[in-house]
Ligand binder design. Structure first.
Ligand SMILES: [Zn+2]
Length: 139
């Protein structure tokens, strides 16, 4: 019998779903695991990996944030223009479509683009020291 004990070592807020977290755990031998899609849906013939376990392995743990208080991420101007560029690219690659279909696609693409932008912004904040708390930017 070789029962494994897992210890939670880090918790990363999901970029797309507020209040959702990906949890990195460590077993007695120091092996890391994660419950994010990238980790769970490993591609065949590829090493199992995800950015969360890699961040933990390299010492870049996220700010501790209890599940009840998701980290709020406000997209910067840079991120927003990235989203717009992504949308334009996606639209251009598909060519003309009936308006209804185009609008439907646009919604999916917008959601995907926002998802990516949030992930990027969150990663950036995790790597910048002293920016672990969202600033109140309202004046
Ligand atoms: Zn992960």
């Amino acid at each position: 019998m070789n029962e494994k004990v897992y210890r939670e070592v880090a918790r990363f807020p999901s970029g797309s779903s507020a209040g959702k977290f990906y949890v990195v755990k460590e077993d007695q031998e120091g092996n890391l695991s994660c419950d994010c899609p990238a980790w769970r849906f490993k591609k065949p013939n590829q090493e199992r990996r995800c950015k969360h376990t890699e961040a933990v392995a390299s010492g870049k743990t996220p700010p501790a944030a209890p599940a009840s208080q998701p980290v709020e991420v406000k997209p910067t101007d840079e991120v927003v223009s990235g989203i717009m560029a992504d949308i334009e690219k996606a639209r251009a690659s598909k060519g003309w479509k009936p308006l209804g279909q185009a609008l439907e696609d646009l919604e999916d693409e917008t959601a995907d683009a926002i998802d990516r932008a949030y992930d990027q912004e969150r990663d950036r904040r995790m790597l910048v020291e002293g920016e672990d708390k969202p600033k109140d930017e309202r004046r």
